[in-house]
Design a protein around this ligand. Structure first.
Ligand SMILES: [Zn+2]
Ligand SMILES: [Zn+2]
Length: 330
C-alpha cells in the first residue's frame, strides 16, 4: 500500500509500505480521509520524542472496515487505545487511561491506504455522513470535551456568557462553531493569521482581532476564555481578560512554563481548567453533532491527495495555508 511516512525532522515520504494484517481483536480500515493535526506538525518538526521515525503519522480518520468484525461498515475511531480496566476507564473517563497508547504515535497511523486498529476504538458512522465530516470528529471532540468541562464550571449558562477564543486554528474554530450552535452570541477571537481571522468571522460569526496589533477585550470583561494556543503570552492574556468569577479553559499546550497571577486567580475567584482529548462518549456525541450540522458546512477544510502530503506538511510549516484543517485523501 501507499503511505506517507515520517522519516526524520521536516521529512515525510510517500512510499510503499506493507499492508497491515488483520490481528485478533482488530479491524483493518481502508482510509477515506485523514486530517493533519498540530501534534503531527510537532512530530514533523522533530519535537515529539514519543513519535519515533520511521512512522506513519495521522490519527484523525474516516474509513471503511475491510477486514475483521463489521466488514463493510463506515467508521471513525478513537485514536487513543485505552485499557478498559483502570480506575479512569472504569469511570468512563478513558481519555485519562493510565495505560493509553495512540494511533500514529506508538503504532502506525492513518496517513496510508490501510490501517489496523482495535475494534473497541471504532465508532460507526451514519450511512450518509461524508468522509470530510467524519475525519473532523477527533478535533471537534477535543473542542466539545473542553466546552463540556467548562460548562460545568460556569456560574450561568454558556449562551449568556461573553466569550473570547484565543487561536482560530482547528480546535479554536470548531469550539467557536459549536458555541454558536449552542446559542452563544458575541464571540470574539484573537488570531495572528489574517486568513484565519477572516475564516473565523465568516464561518463562526466571531469578531476577530490581531492580538499583536490591537488591544483585545478590556481587563476583567470576559466570562469565559477558551485558550486554544496555550503559550505564556496567551495564558497571561486569558487570565487578564477573564471576569471575576469567570472560567479560563486551557486547551492548547504550545509551552508550559509561566508565572500565573495567583493573586488575581485567588481574589477574583477564577476557575482555571485543563483538558485532554475526549472520551469515547464525547466522540460519539461529536459524530451526531457533525452529522446534524452543528459545526456548519466545514467549507473551510482543505483536501489534498495523500501523494501530495509532503507538500501539505511543508505549506503548513511555512504558514502558507489559510485552512485550519487539511485532510489527506489516499
Ligand atoms: Zn489531532
Ligand atoms: Zn484504562
Amino acid at each position: 500500500m501507499k503511505a506517507l511516512v515520517y522519516t526524520g525532522p521536516r521529512e515525510v515520504v510517500f512510499r510503499d509500505e506493507p499492508e497491515p494484517a488483520q490481528a485478533p481483536g482488530e479491524a483493518v480500515i481502508r482510509i477515506e480521509a485523514a486530517g493533519i493535526c498540530g501534534s503531527d506538525m510537532h512530530a514533523y518538526h522533530g519535537h515529539d520524542p514519543r513519535r519515533v521515525p520511521p512512522l506513519i503519522l495521522g490519527h484523525e480518520l474516516a474509513g471503511e472496515i475491510v477486514a475483521g468484525p463489521g466488514t463493510g461498515k463506515r467508521v471513525t475511531a478513537n485514536p487513543l487505545i485505552t485499557c478498559g480496566y483502570c480506575e479512569f476507564c472504569a469511570q468512563g473517563r478513558n481519555n485519562l487511561c493510565a495505560n493509553r497508547s495512540m494511533v500514529g504515535m506508538s503504532r502506525p497511523g492513518a496517513f496510508a491506504q490501510y490501517m489496523s486498529i482495535p475494534t473497541s476504538s471504532l465508532i460507526e458512522l451514519p450511512g450518509d455522513m461524508s468522509a470530510r465530516q467524519a475525519a473532523l470528529t477527533e478535533p471537534a471532540a477535543t473542542a466539545l470535551h473542553a466546552l463540556h468541562l467548562s460548562m460545568r464550571a460556569l456560574a450561568r449558562p454558556l449562551p449568556e456568557a461573553t466569550v473570547l477564543v484565543i487561536g482560530a486554528g482547528a480546535v479554536g474554530l470548531l469550539a467557536a462553531l459549536l458555541m454558536r450552535s449552542y446559542g452563544c452570541r458575541g464571540l470574539r477571537t484573537a488570531e495572528v493569521n489574517p486568513l484565519r481571522r477572516a475564516a473565523a468571522e465568516r464561518h463562526a460569526g466571531c469578531r476577530a482581532y490581531d492580538p499583536l496589533k490591537e488591544s483585545g477585550p478590556a481587563e476583567g470583561s470576559v466570562d469565559f476564555v477558551f485558550d486554544a494556543v496555550g503559550s505564556k503570552d496567551t495564558r497571561r492574556a486569558a487570565l487578564s481578560a477573564v471576569k471575576p468569577g469567570g472560567v479560563v479553559m486551557h486547551v492548547g499546550l504550545q509551552d508550559w512554563a509561566s508565572e500565573i497571577d495567583m493573586r488575581r486567580l485567588t481574589l477574583a475567584e477564577i476557575t482555571l481548567l485543563g483538558t485532554y482529548t475526549y472520551t469515547t462518549a464525547d466522540l460519539r456525541a461529536t459524530v451526531r453533532a457533525l452529522h446534524a450540522g452543528a459545526f456548519g458546512d466545514l467549507s473551510w477544510v482543505e483536501e489534498r491527495s495523500l501523494g501530495e502530503g509532503a507538500r501539505a506538511f511543508d505549506d503548513l510549516d511555512r504558514g502558507r495555508l489559510a485552512a485550519a484543517k487539511v485532510l489527506l485523501i489516499p
